[in-house]
Design a binder for this molecule. Structure first.
Ligand code: MG
Ligand code: ZN
Length: 345
């Protein structure tokens, strides 16, 4: 009797069936706190129960770019800046998304930038340089990804090799959506949402694209009883950081946080979903010297127009969340998720 109670408690640590991995590109602690202050001292991501830090350096640089940073998060290897889904000597490495797909889980990517941009590319493509947009678009066709929603239509349709990847996607049973309305009308099957010609517009022009498309992706992917892996990126926190525009940064941060809220709502209801939130690196060397809660009137100082080398925060919620606390290497996420989802290589 006592023994069985002991066994039960030893095995009570649940493992997740689904993982939603949200990346705020360029999102350091000051970026998060600027959004929190402006939003009246509250963010959705505060609902996370575990937090930690991720060390972001790349294989050849103290300060990573989003290619090497995304590759570390997706593929579990440190590589050279600008490389996508490869080791420093150009050997392709399977991403966590590709591995989940191979294990018959449903998979998805939702981003606030072109689908071929460095962060989403790291989960699906294997190329020596992040600028190879057309080659990266082609790599989407080499996978069984179920849902992709973002910008970058021209890299699929107006190509120098005259291939029309949209037609090829249709032949692979993808439903094609060119508007957010079209995306929201779809709740099953495969979906390619090519919502903008190139990069998505910034906030507020982008509206509720990111949270709504994330909700649609969750609706579709959760049809698979085996589980799913979804990567979502708040892509333009980084761009506002490069511009040293903190008011714009707050808008992008709050849009990303609304999206985090959608993921956490689903995870709470579902009970089998692990949500992880982190960044690929910090952008702008940003700090806040003064502020007023509930307003965007902050005294912000940027020390750079580029990325910085400081660690970035990690937040986690749901079964397995306890594995994401303390100091971590950015290459540790893939292995941890692989183990928690019991994926076979
Ligand atoms: Mg990015
Ligand atoms: Zn950047």
């Amino acid at each position: 009797m006592l023994f069985s109670i002991f066994l039960q408690s030893a095995h009570s640590q649940k493992t997740p069936k689904n993982v939603i991995f949200l990346i705020g590109d360029g999102m350091g602690i000051a970026q998060i706190y600027s959004g929190m202050v402006a939003n009246g001292n509250h963010l959705e991501l505060e609902r996370c129960t575990y937090s930690g830090f991720s060390k972001t350096y790349s294989s050849n640089n103290f300060t990573t770019d989003s290619g090497a940073g995304g590759t570390a998060l997706a593929c579990g290897v440190k590589t050279k800046n600008k490389m996508i889904g490869m080791t420093p000597d150009s050997v392709a490495v399977q991403s966590i998304l590709e591995l989940a797909s191979k294990n018959k889980l449903s998979t998805g990517i939702v981003v606030a930038c072109a689908l071929t941009h460095a962060t989403p590319a790291s989960y699906i493509a294997h190329q020596v340089n992040r600028e190879m947009n057309e080659e990266i678009a082609t790599d989407y066709l080499k996978t069984d990804i179920d849902v992709m929603i973002g910008g970058g239509r021209k890299y699929f349709e107006d190509r120098t090799d005259n291939r029309n990847l949209t037609n090829e996607l249709k032949a692979k049973n993808y439903q094609i959506a060119y508007t957010l309305g079209d995306v929201k009308a779809i709740s099953t099957g495969k979906l390619a949402g090519l919502l903008y010609d190139d990069q998505n517009p910034n906030m507020p022009e982008r509206g509720t694209m990111l949270p709504d498309a994330t909700q649609s992706a969750i609706n579709i992917l959760s049809n698979n009883k085996k589980g799913f892996f979804l990567m979502v990126e708040g892509s333009q926190i980084d761009w506002a950081g490069h511009d040293n525009n903190y008011k714009q940064l707050i808008k992008e941060m709050l849009d990303f946080d609304q999206t985090v809220g959608k993921a956490l709502d689903f995870a709470k209801k579902d009970g089998n979903t692990l949500v992880i939130i982190t960044a690929d690196h910090e952008t702008g060397g940003m700090t806040i010297l003064d502020g007023k809660f509930g307003t965007d009137k902050l005294k912000v100082v940027f020390t750079s127009k580029n990325h910085s080398g400081v660690p970035v925060p990690v937040f986690a919620y749901g079964p397995g969340a306890e594995n994401f606390s303390g100091f971590m290497e950015n290459i540790s996420f893939k292995g941890k998720i692989e183990k928690l989802l019991k994926l076979k290589k």
